[in-house]
Design a protein around this ligand. Structure first.
Ligand code: C2E
Ligand code: CA
Ligand code: CA
Length: 684
């Protein structure tokens, strides 16, 4: 705490008072000394005049020594007279006197008048410490003698000064003390508002309450200061309130930003970025502690169907519900994140046992397989899970996630709705995938692909058209099936280039193919789901048709049921335009994906291709026979053409034809072969 201003103020004032007092005393003493000297001088002058007058007669009458001594003895009444001498005109000492308090030794034994006459003028002589009256006795013209009286000045002067001081000093001290006291009281009163202000400031800083008011009564500048402080407090208070609001806003904005940056806005789960960051830290920790963590990668089965059938709103609600459900299957500390779409990742820390992993995976698989009610719909999806451990990927984040993804993919391949634990051999498969993807560019560039043609025949086994199937033989990897490389091309974004290559090559070979036929044959080209979403494909096709002068009605596009329905709106627009050009559309693998057939009336379609699975089972199970008959019947009613694939036996062919299937395709009539092979069958 700072010292009070009172102390220095009082000190200054006291110094001033003392200075003035001492100055006054000094002046008084000086004045007193002057007056005293003057008074003593007057007295001695009077005394010496009287004595001289008295001595005139005595000296004139030649008085004896006793008479002279008696005169001088009168000086006894004057205590300050040190000594006195009477000389006759010739300078002879007639009588001398010594004051009672004078030291006899200090008196001149034989004073010499001439010395005095030389040193002093007649009259009153003031020396430093003594006063001398040197008088001529008798008339100037008839002098009788000389009188010399020496009066002490220093001693009595000191005494008188002391006396004066003794009487004045206490009074001065009293006045000074009183003044200081009064001053103290005055300052106390004057400065108390300042002390109150200081206390007020302390209060504010302790309580942090800026709504406090100073309420200090004061005068002059203090009153103004108090008022100013009150105003300042008001301003601070308003500003504080504003700041509080700003801070609140900032905090909520910051929270919102954090949520946006780290959490998925739909489900509220951590997003990919946040999850990967957390995973990175967990991996560092696990590696350091020689521990392990596990990942569960899961993807919903049939989520796209839900989106297409019920709309995105329902799809979103389903995702939210599933996120909540999955959280309830997990332990405290496990993290579940949505990677995007219908993909989720679960992080399980602290080296979970295999049994725990399996238990959690089963809980998710079983839990998500149950029917969920969204709005008024009862929806059933499922989950395919992949499980991996960090130690299997040497604690590398990307490899770890990719391992779990691989295992999940395996679950999908093996029939969905299950979990798969990652093993190293899956990496081998993956390696082959990567190899295939890498070689694909080269194969496209150097025409290592080839088109094979598989005939489609009518009930009289007359070739009506060919399905074009892509073939690839690699020097190192050998024959690679399209069932293997087409999905890889789709996953690696190369499918558009593959399709372009197929289209161009098919149109190049088109005239040759036709030259082998008696009647024009229609060629069927397979498109993948990704092709449908390619905005440029339609232009490319119409341009190629024009460039190669191909009659559009001899071109058919095959698209699988699932590819069509996963992109219903886009596919409808795309195929409507192809239709307008004159091309036809066939729905491939019909009967494998969708249980609802209502969509058949909503799509652009010319032909249904009955999937090989139904054909395989003809004559094996009644149920399969019935379904096949139903499909054929329905297609006929909808005025759709029919083509059965994978016909391998005469029985199958007869069954299909007898029930009204117009076209057949299968090894029974011909395997897919290159153009060169077809030339063998050319009409002569
Ligand atoms: P897909 O469109 O269903 O083609 C029919 C598949 O069944 C072909 O397999 C064909 O060789 C085979 N197949 C035909 N008849 C029989 C039979 O009697 N018995 C048996 N066991 N199989 C028969 P492939 O050529 O291996 O093609 C597999 C799939 O690859 C195709 O299925 C198609 O989805 C895709 N694919 C082939 N070429 C292309 C292409 O150029 N573009 C696209 N996007 N996909 C293609
Ligand atoms: Ca096909
Ligand atoms: Ca097929």
């Amino acid at each position: 705490m700072a010292h009070s201003i009172k102390a220095p103020l009082i000190l200054i004032v006291v110094i001033a008072i003392l200075f003035v007092s001492f100055f006054s005393i000094f002046i008084s003493i000086n004045e007193h000394e002057k007056l005293y000297r003057e008074a003593v001088k007057q007295d001695l002058h009077g005394l010496s005049e009287n004595l001289s007058n008295d001595l005139v007669m005595l000296l004139a009458n030649a008085a004896n020594d006793i008479e002279l001594d008696t005169i001088l003895l009168r000086l006894d009444r004057y205590e300050n007279v040190k000594f006195a001498y009477i000389f006759d005109v010739s300078g002879r000492l007639l009588s001398s006197y010594m004051g009672p308090s004078v030291d006899p030794d200090s008196m001149q034994k034989s004073p010499n008048l001439n010395d005095y006459l030389q040193n002093y003028t007649l009259g009153m002589v003031v020396e430093k410490s003594q006063l001398i009256a040197f008088k001529q006795i008798g008339d100037e013209r008839l002098p009788q003698g000389f009188l010399l009286i020496v009066n002490d000045l220093q001693g009595p002067l000191e005494k008188s000064k002391n006396l004066m001081l003794i009487s004045v000093l206490p009074l001065i001290c009293l006045v000074v003390a009183l003044t200081i006291f009064m001053l103290y009281l005055f300052l106390q009163k004057l400065l108390s508002p300042l002390s109150q202000l200081s206390a007020f400031a302390n209060d504010v800083s302790h309580t942090q309450n800026y709504a406090l008011k100073p309420q200090i009564a004061g005068k002059y500048e203090i009153a103004q200061l108090s008022e100013d402080i009150e105003q300042m407090m008001d301003t601070i208070n308003v500003q504080m309130e504003r700041n509080k609001d700003y801070t609140k806003q900032l905090i909520s904005q910051q929270k919102a930003m954090e949520r946006l940056a780290n959490f998925d806005s739909l489900t509220g789960l951590p997003n990919r970025q946040f999850f990967v960051e957390t995973l990175r830290m967990e991996l560092v920790r696990a590696k350091r502690n020689h521990s392990d963590v596990a990942l569960l990668f899961f993807d919903l089965d049939g989520f796209k169907d839900v989106n297409d059938a019920f709309g995105h709103e329902v799809g979103d609600k389903l995702l939210i519900k599933i996120a909540q459900q999955v959280k309830s299957y997990l332990r405290e500390g496990d993290i579940v994140s949505r990677l995007g779409g219908d993909e989720f990742l679960v992080l399980l820390r602290d080296n979970p046992a295999d049994l725990t992993l399996v238990a959690i995976a089963e809980r998710i698989v079983n839990g998500l397989h149950e029917t969920i009610r969204i709005d008024n719909w009862l929806i059933t999806v499922g989950a395919s899970i992949g499980i991996a451990r960090a130690s299997q990927s040497n604690f590398s984040v990307s490899e770890f996630i990719s391992n779990a993804d691989l295992a999940m993919y395996r679950s999908k391949l093996e029939g969905k709705g299950r979990y798969t634990i990652f093993v190293e051999s899956m990496m081998e498969d993956n390696k082959r995938k990567i190899q295939i993807a890498k070689k694909m560019d080269d194969a496209l560039m150097h025409n290592k692909f080839a088109l094979h043609y598989q005939p489609k025949v009518d009930h009289e086994a007359v070739i009506k058209g060919f399905e074009i199937l892509l073939r690839w033989r690699d020097a190192d990897l050998g024959f690679i099936s399209p069932a293997e490389f087409i999905p890889i091309a789709e996953q690696t974004g190369k499918i558009n280039t593959v399709t372009s290559w197929v289209l161009r090559q098919a149109f190049i070979e088109f005239p040759t193919l036709q030259s082998y036929q008696t009647e024009p044959a229609r060629i069927s080209i397979n498109l993948s789901a990704i092709d449908i979403k390619n905005d440029n494909l339609f232009t490319e096709i119409s341009q190629l048709l024009e460039d190669f002068s191909i009659p559009a009605h001899l071109i058919e596009f095959e698209v699988t049921e699932s590819a069509y329905l996963e992109n219903l709106t886009t596919a409808n627009t795309f195929f409507a335009k192809l239709h307008d050009l004159g091309c036809t559309i066939a729905l491939d693998d019909f009967g494998t994906g969708y249980s609802s057939l209502a969509y058949l009336t909503q799509i652009n379609l010319d032909t249904l291709k009955i999937d090989k699975r139904f054909v395989d089972n003809l004559g094996v199970s009644d149920r399969s026979d019935l379904i096949t008959i139903a499909i054929i019947d329905m297609a006929n009613r909808l005025k759709l053409h029919l083509c059965a694939e994978g016909v391998e036996t005469r029985e199958q062919a007869e069954f299909l034809m007898s029930h009204g299937c117009g076209q057949l395709q299968g090894y029974l009539f011909g395997k897919p072969v290159p153009l060169s092979e077809l030339s063998k069958n050319r009409p002569m």
